[in-house]
Design a protein around this ligand. Structure first.
Ligand SMILES: C[S@@+](CC[C@H](N)C(=O)[O-])C[C@H]1O[C@@H](n2cnc3c(N)ncnc32)[C@H](O)[C@@H]1O
Length: 317
């Protein structure tokens, strides 16, 4: 179950240290949220460093705007997904940046607003709509997805994004249930998951994985991450740093794979006498293993519990 969360930025010291910040640096915070990491970045790049902060959630941008107002023209906030980082930088006339930070997932602002639908805690589940859009401008929320997706699609999400044993059984149960009554609230979905017995006996409540799967599908999170990583690598200046905080293994695996592939460069099948793909290394991994929060940080801020931080440096190639 999700508990009330803290506004403390996760792994703040490690994230800023690994961005290797210096005065005057230009940094993209692709997930500016409440502006906690952004504020530390602006302090470390004073007096003239620039911060470009993106978020898909206008409420987050408003809060970040208030928090960062005293930095004046050093801050540019843009309502955009980080998957469109290329376009944002083009429009700002910025060719290369010295750092990119992605602190993935939902903010405490989103988690704490029951009406956004990211929580399924028993005390609020009845009034919690199945929404889960980080960008409220997205056309389809979670309830709409549950009402319209095919059984195969639902099973695919539950299996791939929730890594849920029994995904097909639950998908069939959703399709059967929605013919009789629409699934509108978190309580409706939790009750259905409990009825099917899917995921019973696991350490976390079985609905945790179901909510994770739905959230990833609603926000197209994994495709956005792949595109965001690609764009970040292509816009970093040589020596620039990419720092990513992931909160579940599906995200972390993609970050790890992206860093490894770009460190290796060549993607030719093994055994070829010489390289044919012509791809050269573009990144050097700065963290070979992910950095995780200390027990003290987790005690202060339970949201940090599953965080994994990885960093890489852009090579000159
Ligand atoms: C964990 S919070 C970031 C918290 C922030 N680092 C801070 O210190 O306050 C993640 C934020 O990323 C945003 N977000 C998620 N996916 C995004 C995407 N593809 N593009 C831009 N923002 C995204 C969410 O709306 C949320 O506000």
């Amino acid at each position: 179950m999700v508990t009330r969360s803290s506004h403390e930025p996760v792994l703040l010291d490690d994230a800023t240290r690994l961005l290797a910040l210096r005065p005057g640096a230009r940094v993209v915070d692709g997930t500016v949220g409440l502006g906690g990491h952004a504020e530390a970045i602006l302090r470390a790049t004073a007096p003239d460093g620039l911060l470009i902060g993106l978020d898909v959630d206008p409420a987050a941008l408003e809060r970040a705007g208030e928090r960062l107002a005293s930095f004046g023209e050093r801050v540019t906030l843009v309502p955009s997904s980080f998957r469109r980082l290329d376009r944002v930088l083009d429009e700002l006339g910025i060719e290369r940046v010295d750092g990119v930070l992605l602190d993935l997932g939902v903010s405490s602002l989103q988690l704490d607003a029951a009406e956004r639908g990211f929580r399924f805690a028993a005390d609020t589940a009845r009034e919690t709509p199945l929404d889960m859009r980080m960008d409220p401008g997205l056309e389809r929320d979670a309830a709409e997805r549950l009402a319209t997706a095919s059984e195969a699609e639902l099973a695919d999400w539950l299996r791939r994004y929730g890594e849920l044993p029994g995904a097909r059984r639950l998908a069939a149960a959703i399709v059967a249930a929605r013919e009789e009554r629409p699934l509108r609230t978190a309580a409706d979905l939790v009750a259905l998951v409990e009825e099917t017995g899917v995921g019973r006996g696991r350490r976390h409540h079985p609905a945790t994985r179901v909510f994770q799967a739905l959230r990833i599908a609603v926000n197209d999170e994994l495709a956005a991450l792949e595109e965001g990583l690609e764009a970040a690598v292509s816009r970093l200046a040589p020596g620039g740093r990419l720092v990513v905080l992931a909160y579940h293994s599906l995200e972390d695996r993609r970050v790890k794979q992206c860093f490894r592939d770009r460190e290796r460069g060549c993607v030719c099948p093994p055994g070829l006498p010489e390289c044919r793909c012509g791809q050269v290394p573009t990144l050097r991994r700065v963290t070979k293993r992910p950095i995780v929060p200390s027990p003290e940080e987790v005690a202060r801020n339970p949201r940090a519990r599953s965080a994994r931080l990885r960093a890489a440096e852009r090579l000159a190639s």
